[in-house]
Design a protein around this ligand. Structure first.
Ligand SMILES: *Cc1c(COP(=O)(O)O)cnc(C)c1O
Length: 424
């Protein structure tokens, strides 16, 4: 459920008409709803109410905007970060270091040092090579890094291949069968304190069975590791719960069913459970608004050319993802169209043969469910500056990231010294 609804016939974000925002800041622009974010935090927490003190660490990569992170920090969430940059953002937004988990296969020694100095809660280590570096960095600073190994459970999450992370050949984690040896090495290294185990099998999960299978394997591993003498105090079950994008496909399991499954599978584990939700917290809480530049005649269907491109919202070109496109002021008429951006790539296509509200040149449209993996994945391809982000709360709204002007792109480039003196 979200707070983007028709009121008096026009699409609103909470109590603010999207057209009012578009008129003030231009298009394209991302618009987030505070009430929707807060609602999803509540729903996710309620779903885990049967668990003792779950540690919910928002996956910052889903939406790292400072206003979004501050909203989540104030709601008590921690953060799952995958880079030094995300760590800095989480700390700047007010997330206590102790509630931060650091994931990712490519942590550099510099990023490890930054996280150790900040005093983060846990490193999810993805390889023995990383483990040795982390131990050395921590020992050199006279401390011990709290660690879990991310286990690759060899489970196919059944989602899009590019966002599946738990198959044996995926780059993530260490193989389930090598876990005992890995924990033994960790116990012997000076700069580490073993805390727990971690798993994350993928994103936009629409079936609970693969997660259940992975968690059951983790439960057996916890028993084995304890039998081998390791103190296992945390189990990080990752993120990945899907959200509805396409009304024509069955809705993904809701947080309540996910929570019930987790409570059942983890009963008796005697650990603090960690969760790393991203999409399910912010996905429905954002839209990308865009203006129809023109409607171009097509062979089978007309092309609705909008002023947003694949550089602004990459998911359709990257993952063949579906975003429902709504008219901000629907007339009631409908048609079938291709929805495309202005970028010089055929991949800059948001939808083909889409049955939708009829729109015409100059109309405002909204790409729904763009709050996760939207602005954060944007780039400047075709020399298009990053688009602004707007936060709405009730009838208030504010720009929470400025539009990047072309001058900023031009200013970042320069000529090499040997070309500076020559006339152009
Ligand atoms: C991306 C990611 C998440 C969040 O995934 P969602 O599908 O947005 O919930 C959680 N943990 C890790 C390690 C990730 O890489």
């Amino acid at each position: 459920m979200d707070h983007f609804d028709l009121k008096d016939g026009v699409l609103h974000a909470e109590d603010v008409p999207l057209a009012a925002i578009a008129d003030a800041v231009g298009t394209p622009a991302y618009v987030y709803s505070t009430a929707t974010i807060e609602r999803h935090v509540r729903v996710f927490r309620d779903a885990l109410a049967a668990l003792a003190d779950p540690w919910i660490a928002f996956a910052v990569k889903a939406n790292p905007n400072a206003a979004v992170l501050a909203t989540l920090a104030r709601a008590g969430l921690g953060a799952d970060v995958v880079s030094g940059g995300e760590l800095r953002r989480a700390l700047a937004a007010g997330v206590p270091a102790a509630k931060i988990v650091f994931s990712g296969v490519g942590k550099t020694a510099e990023e490890m040092a930054l996280a150790l100095d900040a005093g983060i809660g846990q490193f999810n280590v993805e390889s023995l090579e990383e483990l040795r570096t982390l131990s050395a960095v921590a020992a050199a600073r006279g401390g011990k890094a709290p660690i879990a190994f991310r286990i690759n459970p060899n489970v196919d999450a059944g989602t899009h291949s590019k966002i599946s992370t738990g198959r044996a050949d995926d780059k993530f984690g260490i193989a389930y069968d090598r876990a005992s040896a890995a924990y033994a090495e960790a116990a012997a290294l000076p700069g580490l304190a073993i805390r727990g185990v971690a798993v994350h099998i993928g994103s936009q999960l629409t079936d609970l069975a693969p997660s259940r299978a992975a968690f059951e394997r983790i439960g057996r591993l916890i028993q084995r590791l304890r039998a081998e003498g390791h103190a296992i105090a945390t189990a990080d079950l990752g993120g990945g719960l899907g959200v509805p994008y396409n009304p024509a496909v069955p809705v993904p399991p809701d947080p309540a069913s996910y929570g019930a499954m987790v409570a059942e599978v983890t009963a008796g584990w005697d650990v603090r459970l960690i969760f790393e939700p991203g999409r399910v917290i912010v996905g429905n809480a954002g839209v990308l608004i865009a203006r129809v530049v023109r409607v171009k005649e097509g062979v089978e269907y007309p092309f609705v050319v909008v002023d947003a491109g694949m550089n602004d919202l990459m998911r359709p070109s990257l993952y063949d993802a579906w975003h429902t496109v709504r008219a901000a002021a629907p007339s009631g008429a409908r048609f079938t169209a291709n929805i495309v951006g202005p970028i010089c790539e055929t991949g800059d296509t948001f939808a083909r043969g889409r049955e939708m509200e009829r729109v015409a040149e100059g109309d405002l449209v909204a790409f729904m469910t763009a709050g996760a993996y939207g602005a954060t994945m944007a780039g400047t391809y075709n020399s298009r500056g990053l688009v602004p982000e707007i936060m709405v709360s009730g009838n208030n709204w504010a720009v929470v990231r400025d539009r990047q002007p072309i001058e900023a792109l031009l200013a970042a480039d320069r000529l090499p010294p040997w070309m500076e003196d020559e006339p152009a």
